[in-house]
Design a protein around this ligand. Structure first.
Ligand code: BV8
Ligand code: ZN
Length: 242
């Protein structure tokens, strides 16, 4: 198998998707068949869906909280935390996952591009997001103690902008200029933007691009190196820490 050399000149941005958590037992986005209760997931993961039926949206997220609480990081998560310890501030992890498993595996330099399943915020006022692992009982929509508005999961839904500070942190890391830029995407179908566009930004900057994925996703040909298989098996063996 090809080897990813991580040495004192490497600046590595990693992007992960649902596939990296699959071996931990977290269903992938497409694994849900992109449908839920015979509805496109976008209808439960969009502001319109929340306005239309907040009870259904909270059922979707409460179920995922219930499912994610009992799972653990897999060797793929652990390998990424080890790479970070080796590279220090020349490593950054941008994840589309909302399950918090990277942090539980020891990753610290993490940008949660799509939010976090275990955070809740008010849909009406500016009260900051709260840590919240509550699995809300069927039929309830939690209310804000400050303004009485409906609380919502602190998740970036389809049609919503990503956090400017998050995008800025990734952009600054890419354009920093020191060392040799390397980008590795793992466990992502490359279907969702703007995360799916990172590989193009890196190529424009002359960086090296790697994809580790179970099956060739729609944007596989945009990567210089493609290593096919399970991230939990491949990531622990892929890198040479020099
Ligand atoms: C935005 C939270 C500005 C929800 C998520 C037309 C063209 C381009 C863009 C758009 C467009 N129309 C609309 C858009 C924008 C839209 C978008 O990209 N739509 C797509 C569907 C076309 N994007 C947005 O809306 C973003 N905001 O652009 O703002 C704007 C505003 C208004 C209008 C336009 C633009 C917000 C996107 C964020 C949405 N929220 N998550 C939730 O999770 O509850 S995205 C959701 O999808 C998850 O975050 C998840 O991560 C992601 C799915 O992607 P993956 O992580 O890749 O998961 P997936 O299951 O798809 O793939 C898993 C892969 O792993 C597979 O390839 C599989 O083979 C592999 N795998 C499986 N097991 C393993 C494995 N690999 C390795 N090992 C294994 N063991
Ligand atoms: Zn409020």
């Amino acid at each position: 198998m090809k080897s990813l050399i991580l040495d004192s000149s490497t600046r590595l941005l990693v992007l992960t998707g649902a596939g990296v958590s699959a071996e931990s037992g977290v269903p992938t986005f497409r694994g849900m068949g992109g449908l839920w209760e015979n509805r496109p997931v976008e209808e439960v993961a969009s502001p319109q869906g929340f306005t239309e039926d907040p009870v259904r949206v909270w059922r979707f997220y409460s179920q995922r909280r219930e499912g994610a609480a009992g799972v653990h990081p897999n060797p793929g998560h652990t390998a990424l935390a080890e790479w970070e310890r080796h590279l220090g501030d020349r490593f950054l992890l941008a994840t589309q996952n909302v399950d918090g498993l990277h942090q539980r595996a020891g990753s610290q330099r993490v940008v949660e591009m799509h939010g976090n399943l275990f955070k809740t915020r008010c849909s009406n006022c500016e009260r900051p997001p709260m840590d919240d692992t509550t699995v809300y009982p069927e039929g309830t929509v939690p209310r804000c103690g400050a303004c009485g508005g409906s609380l919502r999961p602190h998740i970036v839904w389809f049609g919503e902008n990503l956090d400017e500070a998050d995008l800025g942190r990734i952009g600054e890391f890419l354009t920093r200029g020191d060392g040799k830029l390397v980008f590795l995407a793992a466990g992502t179908s490359g279907a969702v933007w703007p995360a799916a566009g990172l590989v193009d930004q890196v190529r424009k900057l002359g960086g090296e691009t790697w994809l580790v994925n179970f099956d060739p996703p729609e944007n596989a040909e945009r990567f210089r190196h493609f290593v096919q298989g399970r991230s939990g098996e491949l990531l622990p063996r892929l890198a040479t820490l020099a």
